[in-house]
Design a protein around this ligand. Structure first.
Ligand code: KIV
Ligand code: NA
Length: 264
């Protein structure tokens, strides 16, 4: 199948279409989502929480992201594969951001990178774009800044709305091919989508964006505990896996497994 390219996402924006993005961190989920027609896969630094068990996204390293990204690249051949620049891999300078992005594209085979931060990163985006690196901007709530922002909070309420639009415009003018917004009021996301020519993606950002993204374990009901408000759970994988594990253990204890058909 032909690879989804950023030009295709742009066509969807121009024609009023929509697209879906899911996170993926391994080859099986990447292949399943790719075959299901998910247009774009994100190796999110949310792997820190959702795979590695960290409390925040901050500890995950570029080397660790490369391992997850290689797995996803090997599993998906249609979806556009985007990888997060993790905390500490880009902030210092445009040169640092380029060096980290080159590693992700060269060693892990991803086709674009996503970077958290607002208008103050316009110079980064300009330099990266000039180097041939497609950059997805991530604005609104940016989890790598959760300590600075004082926790998981909706951004861009009231007087702060204009700053979100200004961030999107500055980053797009610098060359970002897409703007992802996390936890902003629906009307602010709609204003951003109207203000920029490029496709937009939302998570907890209402329905006006070109695309929607969810963390796959949230979407599939793998995690314990209550999902955030912006998540819709489309499956109950936690119960499916738990039931399978219990049945396996039961059958081992009772001698039902393995049967003659599983034996040599
Ligand atoms: O890391 C991640 O999963 C993300 C998405 C939630 C946008 O950045
Ligand atoms: Na992320």
């Amino acid at each position: 199948p032909k690879r989804v390219r950023i030009s295709y996402l742009q066509q969807l924006k121009d024609s009023g279409g929509k697209f879906a993005m899911l996170t993926a961190y391994d080859q099986y989920t990447a292949a399943i989502f790719d075959e299901a027609g998910i247009e774009t896969l994100l190796i999110g630094d949310s792997a820190a929480n959702n795979v590695m068990g960290h409390e925040t996204t901050l500890p995950i390293t570029l080397d660790e992201m490369i391992v997850f990204a290689k797995s996803v690249s090997s599993g998906a051949n249609r979806a556009l594969i985007v990888c997060d620049l993790p905390f500490g891999s880009y902030e210092v300078s445009p040169a640092q951001a380029i060096a980290s992005s080159v590693r992700l594209m060269k060693e892990a085979g991803v086709q674009a990178v996503k970077m958290e931060g607002g208008a103050h990163y316009a110079d980064h985006v300009r330099s990266m774009t000039a180097a041939g690196i497609p950059v997805m901007a991530h604005i609104g709530f940016t989890p790598q800044s959760e300590h600075a922002l004082g926790g998981y909070k909706v951004q861009g309420r009231g007087d702060a709305a204009q700053a979100v639009v200004d961030d999107a415009v500055a980053l797009t003018e610098a060359g970002a091919f897409c703007v992802l917004m996390e936890m902003v009021p629906a009307e602010v996301a709609a204003a951003v989508d109207a203000a920029v020519p490029v496709p937009t993606i939302g998570i907890g950002a209402g329905s006006a964006t070109t695309g929607q993204v969810l963390v796959w374990q949230d979407m599939a009901g793998l995690g314990a505990g209550k999902a955030p408000r912006f998540v819709k759970t489309y499956a109950d994988l936690r119960t499916v896996l738990s039931t399978a594990a219990r049945e396996f253990a039961d059958e081992v204890r009772t001698g039902v497994f393995p049967g003659p058909e599983h034996s040599f």
